[in-house]
Design a protein around this ligand. Structure first.
Ligand code: AMP
Ligand code: GLY
Length: 425
């Protein structure tokens, strides 16, 4: 089978790596792909905002399976378009992807289905913002309704700054585009867990849970990013807690979407805050996480193509996901300045030596190829990922591999996994 993966990040590199391991797969195509995928996949140019361009590519290549990586083409309805034309595609329809593409819709859905989440108000520009914000105590979270590539969440120290942030979202001064709706939210405290599940619209199969590190700086300081590193390890969630999350969060979501006539199939990513009152849902994503996927797929022992096809065919209940024991970690090497402005085009060296470290895979995100040279071309450049018998071993291997890699302005956090390591006796 020929498999097409849409996207260009580390998530898509990891998907290509996992798909290529399936004995059923003869060829992997990645569109547009990146500078590190040449040995795994044929990369073809495409603009992910241009549905007609994607459709032309799929009609020309006729893959047996298309996997959609990022949220943007999902929110534009690429799955609906390809399904209508008879292609097999993994991911939610446009209506189902609203769980991610409208935070207001997602919050109202959570309330309709009694899914535990913080208090919130959905406001439009005409509403009295000061009155809305008065119901909350500082700090107050203000969010853009639409997709914002991780930049749409502002944690405000006071009611006054919350009103200002909401005004900035409406006027377009904060994100560039003018938001029609803004969500005001209760600030929740605790450990964050990325709880990803596969679903065929009825059955839910959890992947191993992961913990991301959103802030750019060590000690979880500084601005939010797309994610600076992730780990997975046994014991992150007790089996009874996993059951609780499935029963109170993931399963009611899938059931609720089906009841509302917009069944969700694909990856349901529940962003959880483990508060003193129990898990609360911060947000949904309608896709694989990045860099969660890099760390998660390194531990998947079953055939990913079988699992993704089961989501399309409605046979997930008959599919068993097998995972390796132990742990995994992915540390992001980024360009100096990220998530603010940064320079690109710097040569990357040491990739070969890094891949020699046992248990390590280097997944590329913001890289491209100039002749034979791999150069930086984005903020998050590489996801250096390793498995280990223990989290310590996985982290040690990832950092050992990172020590081999050089490019101008390379930056990475040296404290990935600090929460889990601190909890150990
Ligand atoms: P989101 O895009 O909704 O995942 O938000 C990005 C990040 O902002 C989350 O991963 C959290 O770290 C933080 N965040 C979002 N909502 C809240 C909240 N209600 N309370 C505390 N932190 C939040
Ligand atoms: N790592 C967070 C995300 O994929 O949204």
């Amino acid at each position: 089978m020929k498999v097409l993966i849409l996207g260009s990040g580390g998530r898509e590199h990891a998907l290509a790596w996992a798909v290529k391991r399936s004995p059923r797969v003869t060829e992997v195509i990645c569109a547009p792909g990146n500078g590190g995928m040449a040995h795994l996949a044929r990369c073809l140019p495409v603009d992910l905002k241009d549905l007609n361009g994607i459709i032309r590519l799929v009609e020309a290549e006729r893959p047996g399976l298309t996997i959609v990586g990022p949220e943007l083409p999902l929110s534009l309805g690429i799955v609906d378009e390809l399904q209508t034309r008879g292609f097999r595609v993994f991911g939610p329809t446009r209506a189902a992807a609203r769980l991610e593409s409208s935070k207001g819709f997602a919050k109202q859905f959570m309330k309709r289905h009694n899914i535990p989440t913080g208090n919130y108000a959905v406001c439009s520009a005409a509403d009295d913002l000061a009155a809305a914000v008065d119901h909350f105590t500082a700090p107050i979270v203000v969010k853009a309704d639409g997709l914002a590539a991780g930049k749409g969440v502002i944690i405000c120290p006071s009611r006054h700054t919350a009103v200002e942030a909401a005004q900035g979202l409406f006027s377009g001064s904060l994100l560039g585009s003018k938001e029609q709706q803004v969500i005001i939210e209760e600030f929740l405290e605790g450990d964050e867990i990325s709880f990803l599940c596969l679903t065929d619209g009825t059955h839910v199969a959890p992947l191993v849970p992961a913990q991301d590190h959103k802030r750019v700086g060590e000690g979880d300081l500084g601005p939010n990013t797309g994610g600076m590193g992730v780990y997975t390890t046994g014991g992150m969630l007790e089996p009874s807690m996993t059951e609780w999350i499935l029963r109170h969060i993931a399963a009611p979501t899938v059931r609720g979407m089906a009841e509302e006539g917009t069944p969700f199939s694909g990856v349901l990513y529940c962003g959880l805050m483990m508060t003193a009152k129990g898990p609360q849902l911060l947000e949904y994503n309608a896709r694989f996480g990045d860099p969660e996927t890099q760390a998660i797929l390194l531990r998947l022992e079953s055939d990913i193509v079988d699992a993704l096809e089961a989501c399309i065919d409605g046979t997930l209940a008959d599919t068993n996901l097998r995972w390796s024991q132990g742990a995994s970690a992915c540390v992001i090497a980024s360009s100096a300045g990220y998530p603010g402005s940064y320079n690109m085009g710097f040569a990357i060296s040491g990739l070969g030596a890094a891949c020699q470290v046992p248990g390590v895979q280097v997944f590329h995100s913001g890289t491209s190829r100039v002749g034979n040279q791999v150069v930086t071309s984005g903020g998050r450049v590489l996801g250096v990922t390793a498995v280990g018998e223990t989290l310590e071993q996985a982290l040690c291997r990832a950092y050992q591999a990172l020590a081999q890699i050089h490019f101008d302005g390379i930056y990475y956090r040296r404290d990935i996994g600090h929460r889990a390591l601190k909890k150990k006796p």
